[in-house]
Design a binder for this molecule. Sequence first.
Ligand code: SF4
Length: 378
Amino acid sequence: MMDRPLTGPQDGIGPSRYDADREDLEALIAEIGETTDTAVPSYRVDQLWRGLYSDLVDPNDVTTLPKTLREALAERLPAALVEDTRSVGDDGDTVKWLWRLADGSLIETVLMHYEDRSTVCVSTQAGCAMACGFCATGQMGFDRHLSTGEIVEQVIRAQMEAGNRRVSNVVFMGMGEPLANYDRTWAAVERLHGDLGLSARHLTISTVGVIPGIRRMANERLPVNLAVSLHAADDDLRDELVPINRRYPLADLAEVCAEHVAATGRRLSFEWALIHNVNDRLEDADRLAAYARPLGAHVNLIPLNPTPGWPTRGSSPARVREFAKEIRSRGGNATIRRTRGTEINAACGQLRADRSNVEGHPTDPVTVATPKRRNPSR
Ligand code: SF4
């Protein structure tokens, strides 16, 4: 019998195939052997592992395994993700999925092909408790943490879709706050690195600034990239846009970011969703450049995608360009991120928000108040 039972994401939901590590699979194969009274040689686990992580196939299709074992494994190790909706945009270069999990929760994954790389953006929670007002996921509230297997399988499914184009980068920037689900997120990082062969420098964890989690990342063996969703560089405005700032204010956040840079040698990046007349003014550029410069942080400017429950709008393309110029003229580094998939609702949580509206889901997005921005200067 397995002395370390495989666990699923929460009570009542069984483990999925990518929740199991090698030891779990060894135990499971031995257990199946016992129940069918057949001795199963230990190399079977290597064959299964190769099937799952190299050939990316269902246990039933690992043809090196005997049929009875395949069938038993397929039954005991179901897929975590069932495709609910799949949307393709940008001439096939962006694919977005809405997946239904075993308990009915809905999560999103986006695959983006660029000339030089293919990137998958994964979710780490169903919903999110961080309540950032401009974010469709934040407006829906928190359902639950995802398991390691549910996170890893998003990358596997994206790689299956990508075919010959290798998924080279993974960003933990989908639904949820990765560092609020630290252990499972980090186990997924190790699996992606160790078993799918993704380089740590091509893995990026994005956070709204959960300081204890950033500190833990700084002490990990694998130096992955850190992206902080900053959106405001003064505490008053950030308290409104990103409520976790009330617990982890900007000065403390800068300190722990510096620790991460020193410990890992990785470049830090700040994400900044530009919101018309809220955080796209000259003084915002001033504060942002002054905050980012000492940390050597790179600023990614993102024109805000419209979300149904947020009454403000993103900055115009001209204003975005001007803001980038202002950051650079103050000695900062800034790139304008091309928004992918606006036409397929690829902003975080939007596909699920649409589905919730259709189904009358109890977590329909709510309208949130416009931030009380003082005297917009332009
Ligand atoms: S922006 Fe990120 S952290 Fe904030 S509510 Fe949305 S998913 Fe959560």
